[in-house]
Design a protein around this ligand. Structure first.
Ligand SMILES: [Zn+2]
Length: 265
């Protein structure tokens, strides 16, 4: 199954009342609540779909500051051209993994998990893991981002069985009681992304909570689908100055989740 690269840029999760209700109801099942606060506020810098620019430009911005990010790969997009530019290749993935960044799962085909059957979701997740492993990414995929943020019961069960954290799209902080299997996150794409990220960093600092900031590409200038090298650098600097610990998503989940939490497969 190949993702429709043209559709990827414009497609949105089902925004009907039914779609919204499905995501709300999914919050009630297969829950894994966070149980602790971290010692210091935490932030994760995540990159979805992983265009080449996120690895080649975003990676060094984090590395120069002594921190690492989390890349959510769809192996089915690797090397293809899309609205985000060229998607990361096998070599980009290896580079990110070798540099110590977390490699996360975003399905093989950028599958909309909202209405897909459990078997379809399982197949797509297994395919992504198998291909990344074949490509020499040695680390196990421990965390997941739902494509388009859409979640259904069957998909949530499949993700909960495999990952220590699965991220949806609703804005929020991760603190005790918040479900790690449908975790909130804050998108920082676009021209208002820096202001949005700054506001959430301030909230997370006040509450000593964990916030996941995610974007897609990292270009010279901010775009609708990504951020700029300058903005990313400023946000990392700001977080460090404010006393945040910058963590990968798996590391963050271990810190705040139930004791002994680890990916099952
Ligand atoms: Zn995506």
């Amino acid at each position: 199954m190949k993702a429709d690269l043209q559709a990827l840029g414009v497609y949105r999760a089902d925004s009907s009342l039914k779609g919204k209700l499905r995501r709300r109801l999914a919050r009630l099942v297969h829950r894994r609540p966070a149980v602790r606060r971290p010692d210091r506020p935490m932030v994760t810098f995540a990159f979805d779909d992983t265009p080449t620019s996120a690895v080649q430009r975003g990676g060094p911005i984090l590395e120069r500051r002594g921190v690492r990010g989390a890349y959510y790969f769809c192996a089915g997009l690797a090397g293809e051209d899309g609205h985000l530019g060229r998607y990361a290749t096998r070599e980009d993935m290896q580079r990110a993994a070798d540099a110590g960044h977390e490699i996360g799962c975003h399905t093989y085909s950028h599958l909309d998990c909202g209405q897909a059957s459990g078997a379809m979701v399982a197949d797509d997740l297994e395919r992504n893991a198998a291909l990344l492993s074949d490509w020499g990414v040695a680390q196990r995929l421990q965390t997941f981002a739902y494509p388009y943020g859409d979640v259904g019961f069957a998909a949530k069960q499949q993700a909960a069985e495999r990952f220590v954290l699965s991220r949806a799209l609703q804005h929020g902080l991760i603190e005790p009681g918040v479900d790690l299997n449908q975790a909130p996150a804050v998108g920082v794409d676009g021209w208002d992304g820096e202001a949005i990220a700054s506001a959430w960093l301030a909230k997370a600092a006040r509450r000593r909570a964990w916030v996941i900031l995610f974007t897609h590409g990292v270009e010279d200038k901010v775009t609708q689908f990504g951020t700029s090298a300058d903005v990313l650098g400023r946000l990392v600097d700001k977080a460090l100055t404010m006393g945040f610990e910058v963590v990968g998503a798996a590391e963050g989940a271990q810190r705040v989740g139930p004791l002994g939490l680890r990916a099952a497969r």
